[in-house]
Ligand binder design. Structure first.
Ligand SMILES: Nc1ncnc2c1ncn2[C@@H]1O[C@H](COP(=O)(O)OP(=O)(O)O)[C@@H](O)[C@H]1O
Ligand SMILES: [Mg+2]
Length: 235
């Protein structure tokens, strides 16, 4: 297996570490049937990729074998953002028959943390993800890893909850605080439920620390986790 190198910012923020650990613990309590987890949101830029990446890394550091799959085939910034080097084949290569599963999984410098990137932009990402090929990929990696974390496109415009529901055991919804209207979030939750996707929790991201902070403000890199938000609807 090929190995990639990354240039990662050191995570120093206490609240970020705390939030991630909480999310990790909550997911572990969801039971061992929950292995393939999709991270999604209402719109782009709410922090899906950041949450997916940091969560995967945290879980790997906790001793699990993790595969993070960058499945946001329209907007993949992963490789550039983390200065990942050494990748030549991505998910879109595999989904279009240009690579095998083993060609698109890379080992990272963090033990237990494996990665598949999106690959070159494809003209029809939805149909690529709604395919037997993608199903085959998920079936295979489900066997090989403790958790598969899928960095998915935002719901609604780009991908249907029903498509996501076919592959994963549950989803975590990332919500950017203060930007996304309650109604939009409710619609996304409705879509997920209609698509029979179990909602494992929501991450409130980019929590604004301005309140009570003497006018100085700063977007803290922290997550608040709202597990069990959907408890009453579980079957
Ligand atoms: N908690 C946070 N605090 C500050 N900036 C953040 C936070 N989470 C994400 N970002 C930034 O917001 C932008 C969008 O995040 P990203 O994870 O790429 O979102 P998405 O994958 O949902 O499009 C990036 O520039 C990222 O660095
Ligand atoms: Mg992203």
């Amino acid at each position: 297996m090929k190995k990639v190198t990354m240039n990662l910012p050191e995570v120093k923020d206490y609240r970020l570490t705390e939030g991630l650990n909480q999310l990790k613990t909550n997911l572990a309590f969801c039971g061992k049937d929950i292995k393939v987890i999709t991270i999604t949101s209402s719109v782009q830029n709410e922090g899906k990729s950041s949450v997916a990446f940091d969560l995967s890394k945290t879980m790997a550091e906790g001793g699990k074998k993790i595969l993070m799959v960058d499945a946001d085939l329209r907007k993949s910034v992963l490789a550039a953002k983390y200065h990942i080097q050494g990748i030549d084949k991505g998910l879109s290569h595999y989904l279009t028959g240009q690579a095998e599963i083993e060609d698109i999984i890379y080992e990272t410098e963090t033990e237990g943390f494996y990665l598949s990137v999106a690959g070159p932009l494809s003209p029809d990402p939805t149909s690529l993800l709604d395919s037997d090929q993608f199903q085959k990929f998920i079936d295979k990696v489900r066997e090989d890893y403790d958790y598969v974390i899928i960095d998915a496109p935002p719901l609604g415009v780009v991908i249907d909850a029903a498509i996501i529901g076919k592959y994963c055991d549950g989803a975590v919804l990332v919500i950017e605080q203060g930007v996304i209207k309650r109604k939009v979030v409710q619609d996304v939750i409705k879509q997920l439920k209609r698509g029979k996707v179990r909602i494992l929790g929501a991450v409130l991201n980019k929590v604004d620390e301005r309140i009570g902070a003497y006018g100085a403000y700063d977007y803290k890199y922290s997550y608040s986790y709202y597990g069990d938000s959907d408890a009453e609807d579980r079957h």
